[in-house]
Design a binder for this molecule. Sequence first.
Ligand code: NAD
Length: 244
Amino acid sequence: MQDQVAIITGSSRGIGKAAALALAAEGASVVVNYARSSAAADEVVAEITHAGGSAIALQADVSQEDQVDALVKATKEKFGRIDVLVNNAGITRDTLLLRMKPADWQAVIDLNLTGVFLCTRAVAKIMLKQRSGRIINISSVAGLMGNPGQANYSAAKAGVIGFTKTVAKEMAGRSVTVNAVAPGFIETDMTNELSNTEEILKYIPLGRYGQASEVAGLIRFLAADPAAAYITGQVMNVDGGMVM
Ligand code: NAD
């Protein structure tokens, strides 16, 4: 990925961080996006530069149009191009439907779905002009099979899948690929909050939780491998066999 530039939203920890490290190791210049505090993002940048790679940290709440546009503008000004967008930033506000407040619904839709739209639209212009680009949207098995307590999250993640397929069709004529990755249960800060982890194991045929690096491996393939140029509009699971 020498001379290529990748933006990974929400990449100061978890799956986003693992993807940032993986793409930087392939030679890409990486934008480590964070929402609020820069400390963790700065550490990711330091880890990449220490290993001989290239990265900068840029703040943007990707649910906000003006901040997304500023993020993409700053990236273009710094590196001159954008080759890869990983729409990774995501949150959960889990509760059963009857207890779900409109604010819980809206916050999850705003980041996990509208944020994907805003970031994709902002980079699309640049990628279409370049006649190349790879967009990878992080969905979830919850968007494929539903999950009690996650009406907001599974709706957003299912929305990301429909969005991925439409944009893949719209951008294919200019050799821009758009795919979705659907992780199962990956050990990160997001899942550390859950209490029923033993119960979840019963539904994972491979009998263990996934690691962020295992999701990053597929992101790296879709972003960097020449063979992935012929893959678009697909949803690929990294879930230990949870959905098959
Ligand atoms: P995480 O909570 O560790 O990381 C999420 C990242 O998003 C954090 O760096 C956070 O700072 C960032 N973020 C939050 N709000 C933001 C905003 N408004 N703007 C920009 N960044 C923001 O979670 P993770 O497990 O690494 O999740 C990464 C992605 O993978 C998410 O989209 C999540 O829904 C998805 N996913 C995770 C799992 C899992 O089991 N961990 C499963 C399926 C899908």
